[in-house]
Design a binder for this molecule. Structure first.
Ligand code: HSE
Length: 307
């Protein structure tokens, strides 16, 4: 096989109470990537979208992840990658992880699946580091595994797949850019024990609630006293969107990753659509352009396309 195409989905990291450890994959949007082997030990990047991302491999998330694979295998081969990004960089929807995961999964297919999923996650994390300047796998893991994931540890990497009931996700993406690296700089270096207790109690409860399909407990667990109060100042009308969504019967939600996207979970598609309407009404009264997505949780993750 000399050429492979993949679809790499957007993802929601943190999921309110699980900063840097919880995440889930979305059915839309997703990036399209096409990889082929070349006879030169290099990564050649061809952007097929309007995002003007760098094509130097060392400055491109997919390039860094693919270079990590080339360093590991040591063969005199390389990759040419064509990237069409539909997940806007700086959206809070795991755009960099989709680039990194799509690239390494396609590369692995070209290399006759020589690496395990956990090894692929390691390569992808090297790419993700370029964007966030931090080692966190809460977007990489759901993009790669699909569904809901918990990253128990990043040194060594330990990814846990979580069972979940039928859930619908509404996302509003205000068209402003927040760099993850910047949104990490404003976070407190230390948290009071009381807030930490609140956070780990909610994460435990959320995992139990997802596994049992206890929607009431899901709703009660989607709380965050540590990150949201700080980061919401970066997102215009965050509180209004959240309040309007809860009024429209969303179970709960908050900032998607490092923002500016805001996500809400709902029990039914009808509610998720009503939540979308409520979110739109808030933003229609502003001058800020926005996109919305209504999607189920994507249990498949990154997808290799059959030729
Ligand atoms: N957990 C990371 C953060 C996700 O919130 O900084 C970045 O998308």
């Amino acid at each position: 096989m000399k050429e492979v195409s993949v679809l790499a989905p957007a993802s929601v990291a943190n999921v309110v109470c699980g900063f840097d450890c919880l995440g889930f994959a979305l059915a839309a949007p997703f990036d399209e990537m096409n990889l082929r082997l070349i006879n030169e030990k290099t990564v050649r990047i061809i952007n097929q979208d309007d995002h003007n991302l760098p094509t130097e491999p060392e400055k491109n998330v997919a390039g860094v992840a693919l270079s990590a694979i080339l360093d590991e295998i040591g063969d005199e081969i390389g990759f040419e990658v064509k990237i069409t990004k539909h997940i806007k960089p700086g959206s809070g929807l795991g755009s960099s992880s989709a680039s990194a995961v799509g690239a390494v999964v396609a590369a692995n297919k070209l290399l006759s699946e020589r690496f395990s999923r956990m090894e692929l996650a390691e390569f992808a994390l090297k790419g993700e580091f370029l964007a966030s300047q931090g080692r966190h796998a809460d977007n990489v893991a759901p993009c790669l595994y699909g569904g809901f994931t918990l990253v128990r540890s990043v040194f060594p990497l330990d990814i846990v797949e979580i069972e979940f009931p039928k859930l619908f996700v509404t996302v509003i993406h205000p068209q402003i850019e927040i760099k993850t690296s910047e949104a990490r700089k404003i976070l407190p270096a230390q948290v009071p024990l009381k807030s930490a207790i609140h956070a780990w109690a909610n994460v435990g409860a959320l995992i139990a609630a997802l596994s049992k399909g206890d929607y009431g407990l899901i709703a009660r667990s989607l709380e965050d006293l540590i990150v949201e109060p700080v980061r919401k100042s970066l997102i215009p009308h965050f509180d209004e969107v959240k309040n309007a969504s809860l009024k429209a019967n969303a179970l709960g939600g908050g900032i998607s990753g490092s923002g500016p996207s805001i996500f809400m979970l709902s029990e039914t598609l009808e509610t998720a659509d009503a939540v979308k309407q409520a979110m739109c009404e808030v933003y229609e009264n502003t001058k800020i352009e926005f996109n919305t997505y209504v999607s189920e949780i994507n249990s498949e993750g990154v997808k290799i396309l059959d030729k």
